[in-house]
Every structure is written in C-alpha cells, then in structure tokens.
Design a protein around this ligand. Structure first.
Ligand code: MLT
Ligand code: MN
Length: 310
C-alpha cells in the first residue's frame, strides 16, 4: 500500500494568509528549514490505479495538480479521475472544503460518520456533488468495510473508531457546556488496511487526548500518522496568534508529560509520523530544538509530497 501526504499542515497551512507569526513570516520569505505546506490530507492506494483520499482539504486542487498519480489518465475518457473515494475523519473546514473541488460530474464515494455526513447534509453547498454520481455512505464504528469506488472495491479496507475530539469550530455551542456540543463521531480515527495483504496503518489527524480505548487500539501498531497540531498547549497564545489553547481546540500537543510524544512512547508503535501541523508549531522548522526533540523521540514530521510504503 502506498500513502502520499498531499498536505501536512493544520488549518490555514504554512504560511497562513493572514498570519505574521514567525513561521508564516519566515516561510513567506523562503527562510531555510521552513517549507510551505498545504492543509492536511493523504491519498492511499493499494492497486496502483485507484486512490482514496483521507479528508479533502481546501487546497485539494493544488494538491492534485502537484501529484501526477492523481491526474486524469491521458489515454482514457475526456473526463476521468483515479480518485475513487474520500473518507472523512471530521467535519472541520480543513477536512471537507476540498469536496467542493471535486464537483464537475465525476463519480466517487464519500464516507463519513453519521455526524459528519449530517454536517454535509445540513450545508446545501455540498449538493453541488450530484447525489446520483457521488454516493455518501455512513461509517459505523468498529465495523471494517471495503472501500468502494464507482466500479467496485479499490483494495482498501477501513475501520473508523471514535477518538476524543471536538465538534467543528463553526458548530460550537457555547451554551452546551465544556464540550461545546461535541458528540461521539465528530472526530474519528481510521485503521486503513490493504485488503490483500492485511498490512495497515492508523490515521488520527485530530485527537484531543489519549484514552484507554485508543491506547489499546494503537498498541504495537506498525505505523501511526497522528495529530501534530501544536508543540505546546499555549503556543498560539504565547505567539499572540489566537487566544486558545490546544485543549480548547481539541488537539493534544506534542511536548510535556501529557503530550503525544510521552503518551504514545509506551505503546511500541513501529513508525510514528506527525501530520496536521499548525503554522505556530516550532517543530516545523528544521534544526530547531523542538524539531530535534521530536526526531530524537523517534517521530517524523510529514511534509507535502512525502511517500510512505506500508
Ligand atoms: C482544527 O483542526 O482545530 C480546525 O481545523 C480549526 C478550524 O476549523 O480552523
Ligand atoms: Mn484542522
């Protein structure tokens, strides 16, 4: 199975359009060690031809153009695409807005939890994806299914499982208390398996904390692609970017005793890769002390165009 990182950044990307923080400003200047990044999405392929997107970022048009494997086949019909399905892990703007790029009458399948498909159903702009061509299929929890495109299974099996997270920003309900109206199914992780070989990895681009269920699930995993939004819980506040902690945004941070590096260390995960990395995160900068600490702890920081073979 081949995984291609289409985008490695969190919402906003690097640089972010209105951000004058140190990473965005330096990335804009072309400073060494800071490569521009688009918003988080990966493409997965098992049969050499049919691709499944895990989330559809607002940058999807650019990501497709920069990824030859996702281009239409030159020797096929006037309209064709190797993208056969999109699997959604949440309803955030940076996970679903790219669906609008996939209009133009192309058949494919969209998978999401009841909660996430409910978000699409409640926003009529997504009806630009003709329901006769673009099937929406509900993913239950812990029920592995063969991903199907318009012409049948694509050789990939997916299992969705709930992870601690948060309702999308634009649906937060301040009156609903600390959870802001978050329900199970607002954020999920995916176990992605090559059907023929059983080889698999876990995709968890958004996670508020590790609970016992998630610990048990990830224990001994061969590969984990995980939420790398922030290095420290309060870095956005410290940099004057936004008055919110990672905790408030539904993202656990990398560093510290309750951070993802320390929490995941005992789980004996074979290969660990961060994705959905916010433009405030100092570990984005190659050679920074934070990046060095991340790498010393056995983690990789994904980048746009990264290829991972499973
Ligand atoms: C997040 O990951 O917390 C969201 O993408 C934030 C947002 O919607 O801007
Ligand atoms: Mn996000």
């Amino acid at each position: 199975m081949m995984i291609k990182v289409l985008g490695s950044a969190a919402g906003g990307g690097l640089p972010q359009w209105n951000c004058n923080g140190r990473n965005s400003a330096d990335a804009r200047k072309g400073a060494a060690g800071l490569t521009p990044r688009t918003q988080a999405s990966v493409a997965v392929n098992a049969d050499g031809a049919q691709w499944v997107l895990l989330n559809a970022a607002p940058d999807l048009r650019q990501q497709i153009n920069e990824t030859p494997e996702l281009h239409p086949k030159p020797d096929a019909a006037p309209r064709n695409s190797p993208i056969k399905a999109v699997v959604l892990t949440n309803g955030d703007v940076d996970a679903v807005a790219g669906l609008l790029t996939l209009r133009e009458g192309q058949p494919f399948t969209v998978y999401g939890t009841e909660r996430v498909l409910g978000v699409l159903a409640a926003n009529s702009i997504f009806d630009v994806l003709d329901a006769h061509l673009v099937k929406r299929v509900v993913m239950g929890f812990e029920r592995p299914f063969a991903v199907e495109g318009p012409s049948g299974p694509v050789g990939i099996t997916i299992e969705a499982f709930p992870v601690p997270g948060k309702v999308p920003l634009y649906l937060e309900d301040a009156k609903a208390g600390a959870g802001l109206g978050t329900q199970e199914g607002d954020t999920v992780g995916l176990k992605v398996t090559e059907t023929s070989s059983g080889r698999h990895f876990f995709y968890v681009p958004g996670c508020a904390r590790l609970d016992d269920a998630l610990r048990a699930r990830l224990k001994g995993a061969p590969l984990l692609v995980f939420d790398g939004t922030l290095y420290t819980n309060d870095e956005m506040i410290a940099q004057g970017l936004l008055n919110k902690t990672g905790e408030r945004m539904g993202h656990m941070n990398m560093s510290g005793s309750a951070g993802s590096i320390a929490e995941i260390a005992p789980l004996a995960v074979g290969r660990k890769i961060f994705i959905h990395i916010n433009n405030s995160n100092p570990a984005l900068r190659q050679g920074s002390p934070e990046r060095t600490a991340v790498e010393k702890a056995g983690w990789e920081v994904s980048y746009d165009g990264m290829e991972v073979k499973v």
